[in-house]
Design a binder for this molecule. Structure first.
Ligand code: GNR
Ligand code: NI
Length: 167
């Protein structure tokens, strides 16, 4: 296992669109294991492959407090979204120190594959629903701050560049 480097906004590579996974081999299983280790170490409740500069449709999520419910979503698709929306305070490992409110569907049904390539469906609610939508945005090259006002985005961009220079 290995810790992977997480890209930080406003890195252009965070805007690349991920490809579907076609081959479920040891390479994908190592990627999943390394992403899980990186997520737990950060610590975070989710991680998309885009954030570690791998542009393939792979997401890991664990919203449990005990790091005991790792969920692997490969080639995830939202096949149903609730009409009801909720506003949740979000953060992102690629935008450290920034937290703001984003509105998303309250619950979603997701179809995905596991690391063996088996297809499954899962109903997601609460933080899991927020998180899978946040991660699927990453796979499409979208970072949560892009839902905020242009003024906030400019401020966040400048703050991040300043932080990067200080490191
Ligand atoms: O760790 C994370 N917490 C979080 C909180 C609210 C909404 C979304 C998230 S995901 C984030 C980890 C991350 O950046 N995943 O892409
Ligand atoms: Ni994120």
């Amino acid at each position: 296992m290995a810790l992977l480097n997480i890209l930080h906004y406003p890195d252009k590579r965070l805007h690349k669109i991920a490809r579907r996974v076609e081959v479920f081999d040891d390479r994908i299983r190592k990627l999943v294991a390394d992403m899980a280790e990186t997520m737990y170490a950060a610590p975070g409740v989710g991680l998309a492959a885009t954030q570690v500069d791998v542009h393939e449709r792979v997401v890991v999520i664990d919203v449990s407090e005990t790091h005991s419910e790792l969920r692997v979503f490969i080639n995830p698709e939202i096949i149903w979204s609730s009409k009801e929306h909720v506003v949740h305070e979000e953060g992102c490992l690629s935008v450290p120190g920034i937290y703001d409110e984003v509105e998303r569907a309250e619950s979603v049904r997701v179809r995905a594959q596991n690391e063996k390539g088996e297809t499954y469906e899962m109903d997601c609610e609460d933080l899991l629903a927020v998180c899978i939508q946040h991660e699927m945005d990453h796979l499409m090259g979208r970072v949560f701050v892009e839902y905020l006002s242009p003024l906030k985005q400019t401020r966040i961009r400048n703050k991040m560049k300043k932080l990067e220079r200080a490191m």
